[in-house]
Write a protein that binds this ligand. Structure first.
Ligand code: GDP
Ligand code: IMO
Ligand code: MG
Length: 427
């Protein structure tokens, strides 16, 4: 296998960081293609915890080249903070590159993110307030700054004068907010430029060189399919394409080079922020999942909403991304729950659905149809082979496999790298 795509199959936080870390040991390059520091990927290795927001989770392996692809939006201040944290943990960042084409989060983006949310009132999205949406808006409006612009101070100054006029107009007239100061922004960003310079690259030769030499490349997805700007529960989505397609456009790797697409799914479901979540549990069962699963956001610390595994969502993810290998995470969290439920269809006003509904107002009347499975009480933490799992846990995984029509190759039974059952190696 030379190029593997990894996507989150639900609403994000499926445990992608852990899986990337597992797979990164067997690859030469890890590329992130979309999103920014709205992502929070946790890796636990021999009891040490690392959290990644912008830097690919493969950085823990010194032999792996890590690339921040051109589809990402990078907050340079956040990047440098992450870099400093990693360095203080003794992690080398020598093999890290940022695409000069990646867009840059500017100081007015988080401000506009928060103000936009406030303006929406009850219809707010529950964004991470990191300015990700406003940054992608500017990219599409063709008034965005790119990381490579940091190497062109005169261009930055000229363009900022023009863009800031637009931004300050919106900030002051629409939101009654203080304007941003041009010189302060330039001073701040030119300060970043000095430190970022050595990481900025035209990643075309880096990625194409790796492809030409048949190097093993892993494309690290952020967020999840249901947060996709097109395929997700619009408008309660993020502003990029966290799908297999997005990982190609955001890295410059052609579809013909893809060997495998891996989907990471939690054994149940969670969502941070607002928007449809048909299998949500708002009772003590939901609370049980939140507490046992530690379901609090990596980025914002918000309590994650919890619910049963939704096979309608999972099948949709498998089919729209071409997932041919599934990793099921957090199976250990289900120990002690009996019975377990899996949504296999929706009923919306008498109409049957087997996949997510585009018209989100239909979710108000949407009743998931469940199958029940018997639970187990044993702890799964020490299971290392599929046969070590209690029979009911094996049956649960087999049922997920049948419902998703893709093979479950890896099962995660705890946060640490060692808490893993590999049924079939992925890379
Ligand atoms: P990501 O955004 O998809 O990388 O996921 P996050 O890191 O935001 O959230 C997943 C959380 O679950 C992290 O705290 C992980 O350490 C933890 N985790 C990952 N896999 C497992 C698992 O199999 N069992 C348990 N109990 N925790 C896990
Ligand atoms: P990882 O990579 C879970 C959610 C936010 C909000 C919506 C839009 O860790 O899985 P945004 O700030 O992107 O404009 O917010 O998307 N969201 C995530 N939820 N995991 C993530 O990333 C997320 N990134 C964004 O909570 O509902
Ligand atoms: Mg996360």
């Amino acid at each position: 296998m030379s190029v593997t795509i990894l996507v989150g199959g639900q609403w994000g936080d499926e445990g992608k960081g852990k899986v990337i870390d597992l797979l990164a040991d067997g690859v030469d390059m890890v590329v992130r293609s979309q999103g920014g520091n709205n992502a929070g990927h946790t890796v636990v290795s021999e009891g040490r915890e690392f959290r990644f927001q912008l830097i690919p989770s493969g950085i823990l392996y010194p032999q792996v080249t890590c690339v921040i692809g051109h589809g990402m939006v990078v907050d340079p201040g956040a990047f440098l903070r992450e870099l400093d944290t990693l360095r203080s943990q003794g992690i080398s960042t020598d093999n890290l590159f940022i695409s000069d084409r990646a867009h840059m989060v500017m100081p007015y983006h988080p401000a506009l993110d928060k103000l936009g949310e406030h303006q929406r009132g009850d219809d707010r999205l529950g964004t991470t307030a990191r300015g990700i949406g406003p940054c992608y808006e500017d990219k599409v409006r063709r008034i965005g700054f790119r990381i490579g612009d940091l190497q062109k101070p005169l261009f930055m100054a000229k363009k900022l004068a023009f863009v800031l006029r637009l931004k300050n107009e919106t900030l002051t007239r629409l939101y009654d907010h203080d304007p941003f100061d041009e010189k302060a922004i330039l001073d701040e960003y030119m300060g970043y430029a000095e430190r970022l310079d050595r990481y900025i690259r035209d990643i075309y030769p880096v990625v194409q060189g790796a492809l030409a030499q048949n190097r093993r490349i892993l494309l690290e997805g952020a967020q999840g399919v249901m947060l996709d700007i097109d395929l997700g529960t619009y408008p309660y989505v993020t502003s990029s394409a966290p799908t297999a397609g997005g990982s190609l456009t955001g890295s410059g790797i052609p579809p013909s080079r893809i060997d495998r697409t891996v989907g990471v799914f939690k054994a149940y479901a969670t969502r941070v922020g607002y928007g449809p979540f048909p299998t949500e549990l708002t009772d003590s069962l939901g609370e049980y999942l939140r507490e046992h699963g530690g379901e609090y956001g990596t980025v914002t610390g918000r309590a994650r909403r919890t619910g049963w595994f939704d096979a309608n969502v999972a099948r949709y993810s498998v089919n729209t991304n071409g997932i041919d290998s599934i990793v099921v995470t957090k199976l250990d969290v289900l120990s002690g729950l009996d019975p377990l439920r899996i949504a296999v269809a929706y009923d919306s006003k008498g109409e049957a659905w087997d996949h997510p509904i585009a018209n989100i107002s239909h979710y108000k009347h949407c009743e998931p149809q469940y199958v029940e499975m018997p639970g187990w009480t044993e702890s799964l933490r020490d299971c290392r082979r599929f046969e070590d799992l209690p029979a009911n846990a094996q049956a649960y995984v087999t049922r997920l496999e049948e419902l998703c029509a893709a093979s479950v190759d890896v099962i995660s039974v705890g946060p640490d790298r060692q808490h893993t059952i590999v049924r079939r190696p992925i890379v």
